[in-house]
Design a protein around this ligand. Structure first.
Ligand code: UVW
Length: 322
C-alpha cells in the first residue's frame, strides 16, 4: 500500500478532465458499455467459433491450496451440512423412497472468486456510475448493482491478449505496467488486431502464479501488474467502445498508479465514468496455452454473473468457445 495515503492526490483531481458516458444510455442505465454488445456483436463473436473448443475461466472456489483475494477479504469457506454420515446415524431427513443427499453452504465475498464488478462497486465524489448518488449503495445497492448485468448476460467477440507471453515471461513482475499501446502491439504480434467493441481478455500470468508461489511472496507489499492509467488510455477505451475487460489479476489494473500513487484509478476512469465492466481473477493460463498452440486468439466470449439482488459484484464462470 502507499506509504502515506494522505500524501496522495485525490482521484477526483487526477480525473477532473476524464470523459464520462453518464446519460449516454439513458438516465436509468445500469449496464453502461455493455450496451455496445448488441445482436450484431453477438453474431460477430459467434463467427469466431471455428473449432468447437470450450474453455471456462473461473478459478476453483475453495481450492485445497486456497483462493486468491484482495488483501483484507477472506477466502471462501465451504461447509458440508449433510452427507452420508447423517443418514448412517439416522439424522438425515426421510424421503419417500429413501433417497439420500449431500448439502453444502458457502460463505464468501462476492468479489472472492472470478467475478463481475457491479458498475457502482467503486466511486469517488459521492457519485457512482451514471451520476447516481453514492448513498444508493447503503445497505444494498439500489442502483448499478451487479443484478442488471447478470440479467442481461455478456456475449461478443473476445480477444486474448497474452501480455506475459508477449514479454517472454511466465508471469509479469509485481507492479509491472502496460498501456493500451502495448495491448495493440501484443494483439498485432499475435496476428489478431483488436477491433471496436471487442471484449479484452488480458493475461499477465499473475493468478496462475498464486498456485505455485509462496503465499507470503504473492501478497507481500501487495502490488499487482496491470494496465496503467493515462488520459490517452481512457480515450482509447472510449473510442474503441470496449464493453468489458477481463484479467487474471485480482483488481484488473496496476494496484497503484506509478505516477501519483493513486489506488485503482482505472476502476474510477473506466468503470465509474465510462461504464466499462470489469471482470477479475480469471483463470487464463489454459486458454493462453491453447491460443499459442493453434494461433487462434479470437473467440465467442460469454458470461453471466450470479443474479445477486443489490450485489456489488458476483461470482461468474465465463465460457469461451473457439
Ligand atoms: C476493490 O474493491 C478494492 O477491488 P476489486 O474491484 O478488485 O474487487
Amino acid at each position: 500500500m502507499a506509504s502515506n495515503p494522505a500524501d496522495v492526490m485525490p482521484v477526483a483531481e487526477l480525473l477532473k478532465d476524464s470523459p464520462k458516458n453518464w446519460g449516454k444510455w439513458g438516465d436509468d442505465d445500469e449496464v453502461g458499455a455493455l450496451n455496445y454488445l448488441d445482436a450484431e456483436q453477438v453474431l460477430r463473436g459467434a463467427r469466431h467459433i471455428r473449432q468447437g473448443k470450450v474453455f471456462t475461466l473461473q478459478i476453483p472456489v475453495n481450492h485445497p491450496d486456497g483462493d486468491p483475494v484482495w488483501p483484507g477479504r477472506k477466502e471462501a469457506q465451504k461447509f458440508n451440512v449433510m452427507d452420508r454420515g447423517h443418514f448412517a446415524c439416522n439424522k438425515g431427513p426421510e424421503f419417500p423412497g429413501h433417497l439420500e443427499y449431500s448439502d453444502d453452504v458457502v460463505l464468501m465475498y462476492l468479489q472472492g472468486s472470478t467475478q463481475y464488478d457491479a458498475l457502482g462497486h467503486v466511486w469517488y465524489g459521492d457519485q457512482i456510475w451514471n451520476g447516481y448518488d453514492a448513498a444508493t449503495t447503503a445497505g444494498s445497492m439500489s442502483k448499478a448493482s451487479v443484478f442488471p448485468i447478470a440479467e442481461r448476460g455478456v456475449a461478443g467477440r473476445g480477444v486474448l491478449i497474452d501480455m506475459a507471453r508477449y514479454r517472454g515471461k511466465d508471469v509479469l513482475d509485481k507492479g509491472e505496467t502496460f498501456t493500451h499501446e502495448d495491448l495493440v502491439a501484443a494483439a498485432e504480434a499475435q496476428g489478431t488486431p483488436i477491433e471496436k467493441r471487442d471484449i479484452l481478455v488480458i493475461r499477465t500470468g499473475w493468478i496462475g502464479s498464486f498456485y505455485w508461489k509462496d503465499r507470503d511472496e504473492f501478497y507481500k507489499d501487495f502490488l499487482e501488474p496491470g494496465l496503467t492509467y493515462s488520459p490517452e488510455l481512457v480515450e482509447w477505451f472510449n473510442e474503441m467502445e470496449i464493453p468489458n475487460f477481463v484479467t487474471d489479476t485480482i483488481a484488473n489494473e496496476v494496484t497503484f498508479d506509478p505516477g501519483t500513487g493513486v489506488a485503482l484509478p482505472l476502476h474510477c476512469a473506466l468503470m465509474r465514468n465510462l461504464g466499462v465492466t470489469l471482470t477479475e481473477i480469471a483463470e487464463l493460463d489454459p486458454l493462453a496455452a491453447d491460443c499459442a498452440e493453434d494461433g487462434q486468439y479470437s473467440f465467442l466470449y460469454t458470461a453471466a454473473p450470479l443474479k445477486v439482488v443489490g450485489g456489488s459484484g458476483a461470482p461468474v464462470n465465463p465460457v469461451v468457445i473457439k
